[in-house]
Ligand binder design. Structure first.
Ligand code: 5GP
Ligand code: MN
Length: 336
């Protein structure tokens, strides 16, 4: 493991840097990656953000987005950049299977690997770790990494601040989760002081839906929602045909699970969707209920206690039935 002084020394000279984040990046993944990108380019480093897959269009306005390379669309260029990198920053994930095929390339690379993350149970592939499961977002950790570890608050300019604000806003469910502490609000105040325009970010992220997306949400709520009162659980399912009918694109399904969780008394919500190659589950829970436990144990996934995900190769019907069959095991926690 590298210590902070050695990392600072390394960063004192221009380096070839790759920043990467988990597949199907969300607001925190892109916000923390581009926040760090906009910080590092001010120091003369050669920096590339490489995402394992595509990501939602409502994040395309982020400063620096035009420079992002998507691995699945540029495999050769990405592999060359990873192989040549001096430093690889791994943000908002802590296991190499979260970056798909890129995992092997990053694992094999001789670069110094820096993990900055807030998920449970990190895998040992890194040389430097800045990790805190109490952080509400990786973007929060990027801010304290820059200001407290690298002691470079003056380089948190408007672009850095805008990206980090986006990460914190999206991962904290608009500052509504228990981990949105007073310290987080102080960081938010600093980011606004650095020039970011908070209402504009909200508008870009949340008031930016296509008509199709809203109609798809409509059928999810009116026709696809099942409430299992006995278990304080609500499920929304979507088939491949639903996705095709409403021309659902990456990002369109984000947040739908939260509507199921917003029903009074509901402790656990699931959005179960039939993708081309697998059935994907998004779970959200309230309070102490461990959504990540279900994902880890039964659906080859993981995440946080209140927000977790997983997948299965079974049919949609099989996965829904399996999910329902698991609930009795958790009944005590769900009805207390
Ligand atoms: P989402 O439901 O938005 O896909 O994911 C919710 C949370 O669970 C995110 O923090 C995400 O990083 C995590 N997550 C989603 N899918 C997986 C997975 O397959 N494995 C692990 N370890 N975490 C996941
Ligand atoms: Mn995150």
């Amino acid at each position: 493991m590298l210590d902070t002084a050695s990392l600072i020394k390394l960063l004192a000279q221009p380096q070839k840097i790759v920043i990467t984040t988990h597949h199907k990046p969300d607001g925190d993944a892109m916000g923390s990656s581009l926040g760090l990108y906009n910080y590092l380019i001010q120091q003369g480093h050669h920096v590339k953000v490489i995402t394992p897959t595509d990501y939602p269009e409502f994040l395309f306005w982020l400063p620096g987005n035009g420079e992002v390379i998507i691995f699945t669309e540029n495999e050769k260029e990405s592999a060359d950049l990873i192989a040549a990198a001096d430093i690889i920053f791994c943000l908002d994930f802590n296991a190499l299977n979260r970056i798909n095929e890129m995992g092997e390339l990053v694992g094999e690379s001789n670069a110094v690997k820096v993990m900055i993350d807030h998920h449970l149970e990190p895998q040992d592939f890194d040389d430097y770790r800045y990790w805190d499961i109490n952080a509400c977002a990786t973007a929060q950790l990027i801010y304290t990494f820059i200001t407290e570890e690298l002691k470079n608050k003056k380089l948190v300019n408007k672009d850095v601040a805008t990206c980090l604000y986006t990460g914190i806003m999206t991962d904290s469910k608009s500052f509504s989760l228990p981990n949105t502490t007073s310290a987080v609000h102080r960081i938010i105040a600093d980011l606004i002081d650095a020039g970011t325009v908070n209402w504009h970010i909200y508008d870009q992220v949340y008031n930016n839906s296509s008509e199709n997306r809203l109609r798809f949400l409509g059928i999810c709520l009116s026709e696809k929602l099942e409430v299992l009162h006995e278990f304080n659980t609500a499920i929304i399912t979507a088939t491949k045909e639903d996705l095709e009918k409403y021309e659902v694109i990456t990002g369109d399904t984000e947040g739908i699970v939260n509507y199921a969780l917003s029903i009074t008394g509901i402790k656990l919500a699931a959005f179960i969707v039939e993708r081309t190659d697998k059935v994907k589950l998004s779970l959200r829970s309230k309070g102490e209920f461990p959504a990540n436990d279900i994902c880890k144990k039964y659906f080859n996934g993981g995440g946080h206690r209140n927000a977790a995900g997983g997948a299965s190769t079974g049919s949609l019907e099989q996965v829904v039935n399996q999910f329902k069959s698991i609930l009795p095991e958790y009944k005590k926690l769900l009805i207390q």
